[in-house]
Design a protein. Structure first.
Length: 122
C-alpha cells in the first residue's frame, strides 16, 4: 500500500484525470486544453502538465511555428489509463444522483445538530 499511494496521488487527482481524458481524443495545445477544462487556472494546468510529463503520461512537443507552439500528447502509458478512467466516469454518471442525495441528507442532519448562534452580541 505504501508504494501505491504516491502513484495514485499523481494520477488520481482531479486535474490529472480530466487532462488525460481530454488528451485521449488527440494532441492539444496549452490554450486548447485551458478551454476544454472549464475552471482550471493557468498555473494549475501548467503544474499538472509538468507532473504528468515527469511521470511519463504526457509528452510535450515544441512545434516549429512562429511564434513557437507547444502541443501535449498522451503517451502509451497514459493511454493505458483510458479504460480505468472510463469506468470511473461511468460510475460517476450512474451513481452521481445517489451521492448528491446522500450529501443533502448529511447536510440536513448536521444542520440540525449545529445550535444557532446568538448574533445579537448578548
Amino acid at each position: 500500500m505504501l508504494r501505491t499511494r504516491p502513484i495514485l496521488e499523481q494520477i488520481a487527482n482531479k486535474w490529472a484525470v480530466l487532462i488525460l481524458t481530454v488528451l485521449c481524443s488527440g494532441p492539444l495545445r496549452f490554450n486548447e486544453l485551458m478551454r476544454r477544462l472549464d475552471g482550471i487556472t493557468h498555473k494549475a494546468l501548467a503544474d499538472a502538465l509538468k507532473r504528468l510529463e515527469r511521470n511519463g503520461l504526457v509528452r510535450r512537443d515544441v512545434l516549429p511555428t512562429a511564434p513557437v507552439g507547444v502541443e501535449y500528447t498522451i503517451t502509451l502509458l497514459g493511454h493505458s489509463l483510458r479504460e480505468p478512467f472510463a469506468a470511473l466516469y461511468d460510475w460517476a454518471m450512474t451513481h452521481g444522483s445517489q451521492l448528491e442525495r446522500a450529501q443533502g441528507e448529511f447536510d440536513k442532519r448536521n444542520a440540525k445538530r449545529t445550535p444557532a448562534r446568538n448574533t445579537s452580541g448578548q
